[in-house]
Design a protein around this ligand. Structure first.
Ligand code: ATP
Ligand code: MG
Length: 333
């Protein structure tokens, strides 16, 4: 019997396995009021996600696997990778896995609940609070820290490629701290192996590393490309792929790549909702320059995630220093 299969279907106190709890189907039903509509948080490729309250009183997010039969084997694989990898990771910028349920054919993943949902909803005005520039910089730095931790060997002894980094997989807590989620496609990269040949290209349209899609060679730099796309979403407030646009304007990277290092043109693509008092043009230009390097076609020309962390720290400093000076100048006037 595999470790996530329950020996006993009767409700019993939750057991701990490698830091994550094992729940019964009954506990999942109780926590979500039988998966009631009012507890529904969202829906993704794996199934629906519900808000739930465990018997301990802890508020969680419960992801229920709902897949058509032909996708079940793939879903099972993603479920195991998610449990295996996430239960070994511990970082403030990665979502915590509280436990899972594998009761008969039912599969659930139980995560810490993140009050502000996903980043994409906030950028598209679905989230309640509007994110001004300093908040966006903080989210970019948090996500960069999370990816840098995955890429370093400190996480599990070998680097990990996330493979599905995107703005819906960046979740935000009550303080708008970013936490990366969804490790189902993640891949461990054994020491000395810088690339991993894949037969099928997996990930999400709009975030695909062009080198990975054309060669099937997966590297840590594929995550850097996807990170660059999220930086562009933060900068422009636009979606990575917008099917409402004409055929040539659907892909954000293709749409803005050529103007990222041109300050004048940059103003035209900057999110028009950002208030002028929240940013300095200097920090916007530095941010756009970083994004342009992350989305380079040649993966070897992209910065590492550790470089991105350092640059974002400088950008945050530049913005706050610039705004401080501006305020001082205004007061003098
Ligand atoms: N831990 C959580 N706390 C709060 N909300 C969450 C949590 N996990 C997921 N959600 C919400 O549920 C939604 C669906 O998540 P899910 O990961 O299933 O799909 P997705 O990321 O939108 O798409 P995909 O399946 O392609 O990854 C998220 O977009 C988010 O709004
Ligand atoms: Mg997701």
């Amino acid at each position: 019997m595999e470790f996530w299969q329950l020996e006993d279907q009767n409700p019993q106190p939750s057991k701990r396995h490698q830091g994550s709890s094992v729940f019964t189907l009954r506990e999942m039903e109780e926590a979500t009021n039988s998966f009631s509509e009012e507890n529904l948080l969202g829906k993704g490729g794996f199934g629906r996600v519900y808000k739930g309250t465990l018997r301990s009183g802890e508020v969680v997010a419960i992801k229920k696997m709902e897949l058509p039969p032909f996708k079940e084997a793939e879903g099972e694989r993603e479920f195991r990778v998610e449990v295996d990898i996430l239960s070994r990771l511990d970082h403030p910028n990665l979502v915590s896995l509280i436990g899972y349920c594998a009761d008969g054919k039912h599969r659930f993943l139980v995560y810490e609940f993140l009050q502000n949902g996903n980043l994409q909803d906030h950028l598209n005005g679905i989230g309640e609070a509007f994110m001004e520039w300093p908040k966006r910089l903080k989210v970019a730095l948090g996500a960069a820290n999370g990816l840098a931790y995955l890429h370093s060997s400190t996480a599990v002894g070998i680097p990990i490629v996330h493979r599905d980094f995107k703005s819906t997989n960046v979740l935000l807590n009550a303080n708008f701290e970013a936490k990366i989620s969804d490790f189902g496609l993640a891949k461990l990269m054994p020491e000395g192996q810088e690339t991993y040949m894949t037969v099928r290209v997996l990930g999400t349209f709009g975030y695909f590393d062009p080198e990975y899609t054309s060669t099937g060679k997966l590297t840590l730099q594929s995550d850097v490309y996807a990170f660059g796309v999220v930086l562009l979403e933060l900068l422009t407030g636009r979606r990575a792929v917008d099917l409402n646009q004409g055929p040539n304007d659907q892909n954000l990277v293709l749409q803005v790549r050529h103007i990222l290092n041109d300050r004048k043109k940059l103003r035209k693509v900057l999110d028009p909702e950002l208030s002028r008092s929240s940013y300095t043009m200097e920090s916007i230009a530095m941010f756009a320059n970083l994004a342009s390097r992350c989305v380079r076609v040649e993966s070897s020309e992209r910065p590492s995630m550790a470089d991105c962390v350092k640059e974002l720290q400088v950008i945050i400093y530049t913005n706050s220093k610039g705004l401080g000076t501006t305020m001082h100048t205004l007061r003098m006037v």
